[in-house]
Design a protein around this ligand. Structure first.
Ligand code: NI
Length: 171
């Protein structure tokens, strides 16, 4: 089922998510809904708090338009190693119609569980490395706009407020 994606400044997006303790039908349903919601949007990643569920679950698919889907499900993901620097443009389904360059690590190694409860290690670079960092941030209540300069953030807030007040401008 496609769920509603919460958008900034919804306070639910600022809450820290809790680790998943048992992978049961509820978690499997959550993951199914998250994947459906992400593909429907469409987006390259989604974290559970974006649909109002404060559990440490993310889904990512960075496959290109002409490539077959490659869904990554990471439960309780943790970045265990990071290096290099990236400065790429990011957007977020919870911050519609805004994009900004964000400083990230270029490469990360992430550990987490898959839906079978097996520990998986993902070695990521390029877009996937950024997606992991972006989605794991969501689990700690952090949005990509929290990483931009205070000046840029002020400009963003003004523009965003105006956009939200004007019904014709709303996404
Ligand atoms: Ni996001």
């Amino acid at each position: 089922m496609v769920r509603t994606i919460l958008t900034y400044p919804d306070p639910e997006l600022k809450k820290k998510s809790q680790p998943v303790t048992v992978i049961n039908d509820k978690v499997r349903e959550l993951v199914r809904d998250m994947a459906e919601t992400m593909y429907a949007a469409p987006g390259v990643g989604l974290a559970a708090p974006q649909i109002g569920v404060h559990q440490r679950v993310i889904v990512i698919d960075v496959a290109g338009k002409d490539e077959p889907p490659e869904l990554i499900v990471a439960i309780n993901p943790v970045i265990v190693y990071a290096d290099g620097e990236a400065y790429e443009e990011e957007g977020c389904l919870s911050v519609p119609r805004y994009a900004a360059n964000v400083r990230r690590h270029a490469r990360v190694i992430v550990k987490g569980l898959n839906l079978e409860g097996e520990e998986i290690t993902w070695k990521a670079d390029e877009l996937l490395a950024i997606a992991f960092q972006h989605e794991i941030d969501h689990l700690d209540g952090i949005l990509f706009i929290d990483h931009i300069s205070p000046l840029k953030r002020e400009i963003f807030k003004k523009r965003y407020r105006r956009q939200m007040e004007d019904p014709q401008e709303r996404p």
